[in-house]
Design a protein around this ligand. Structure first.
Ligand SMILES: Nc1ncnc2c1ncn2[C@@H]1O[C@H](COP(=O)(O)OP(=O)(O)OP(=O)(O)O)[C@@H](O)[C@H]1O
Length: 319
């Protein structure tokens, strides 16, 4: 099997006595867009600083492009572009001139500035001072700076943070374009799955210093399928509950006449409906849903209770 572009083995990091990362085994395949998710303070930025050699691991190892980072830091990092939090920009200079400053430092050809401006779609605003840019434009300029040296791997810390919906959409399109048209492997962090779920192909979910999940988005979606439910509107919730509990279902009351019942699939929802009708309960509405990816993410990180119960909940009072 091909070696991942980034892999860490039992990566651990402590700030003083506080263990922030505990034995992280990241696997980021070449050519993917990997979303590194976790609530605020989970250790995402710390991980990114370790991947960029800005911090030294307390223990464990990091490999990029098949080489040990600690042994070949400079040649490895020449192949990486990065944006950590908000980019450092000269606000009185134009976007173009910010790129020119960096271009000279890197010794890159002049024509690369036009290329990166085009990639991040900033040509129309290239000669305006950065102080007049929106946050989304600043983020795109930050990515243009990271792209100047034409790196194979982009590491972006919360690139959608603080952006409005149109800024998020532009960033999503830019990242897909960079991946599909320009062949970049992208590792990006976020604390909101909803902001990146349409962009990424792979996901790692960090929780309390460890990976709660790592795999493709399809694999994460599989987890959602195991937790479907129906919301049923009935005339007599008490009777409905008794019938369903007798038949082995788990039931949760939602509203005055609405109950939520965990099911495996749509067929089971139909059987449940039949059970109720045969038992004399009038069903006036029935909606089938699966758990959203966000629900799975939140349940994995304990940030909110899962919407769907997988066991029989506390007895419900219908008084
Ligand atoms: N220099 C430091 N010294 C001590 N503790 C630190 C330092 N930097 C970060 N931390 C702590 O390490 C933990 C992880 O921080 P980190 O910035 O990596 O989290 P994060 O997942 O990137 O969060 P956010 O989404 O809020 O940026 C936090 O509890 C933070 O308070």
């Amino acid at each position: 099997m091909k070696e991942p572009l980034i892999s860490t083995h039992q990566l651990t990091y402590r700030y003083g006595p506080r263990e922030i990362l505990q034995g992280l085994d990241l696997q980021i395949p070449q050519g993917c867009i990997y979303g590194f998710l976790g609530p605020n303070g989970a250790g995402k930025t710390t991980t990114i600083r370790l991947l960029l050699g800005l911090l030294t691991p307390t223990s464990g190892s990091i490999r990029l492009f098949g080489r040990e980072l600690r042994e070949q830091r400079i040649p490895i990092l020449q192949r990486v572009g990065a944006l950590i939090e908000t980019p450092s920009l000269y606000r009185h200079l134009s976007g173009h001139d910010n790129l020119e400053v960096m271009r000279r430092m890197l010794g890159v050809e002049k024509k690369r500035i036009a290329e990166v401006l085009q990639i991040v779609r900033l040509q129309p605003d290239a000669h305006r001072p950065v102080k007049h840019y929106s946050l989304g434009m600043c983020q795109r300029l930050g990515i243009a700076l990271a792209l100047l040296s034409d790196p194979e791997l982009l590491i972006l810390d919360e690139p959608t943070n603080g952006l409005d919906p149109s800024g998020i959409r532009e960033m999503r399109e830019l990242l897909k374009d960079l991946n599909q048209e320009h062949g970049k492997t992208i590792f990006l962090s976020s604390h909101l799955l909803s902001e990146i779920e349409k962009t990424v192909s792979h996901v790692g979910i960090l929780h309390q210093g460890q990976l709660a999940f790592q795999g493709s988005v399809q694999e994460l979606q599989q987890a959602t399928l195991s937790a479907a439910y129906v919301e049923v509107e009935v005339d007599n919730p008490l009777m409905a509950k008794e019938i369903l509990l007798t038949n082995g279902y788990s039931v949760e009351k939602l509203g005055q006449n609405v109950i939520r019942v965990t099911v495996q699939d749509k067929e089971e929802a139909a059987v449940l409906n039949q059970c109720l009708v045969l038992g004399g309960v009038a069903v006036s509405g029935l909606a089938f849903s699966t758990q959203s990816l966000e629900d799975v993410f939140l349940s994995l990180t304990d940030a909110a209770p899962m919407k769907t119960q997988t066991s029989i909940p506390e007895p419900i009072s219908f008084a």
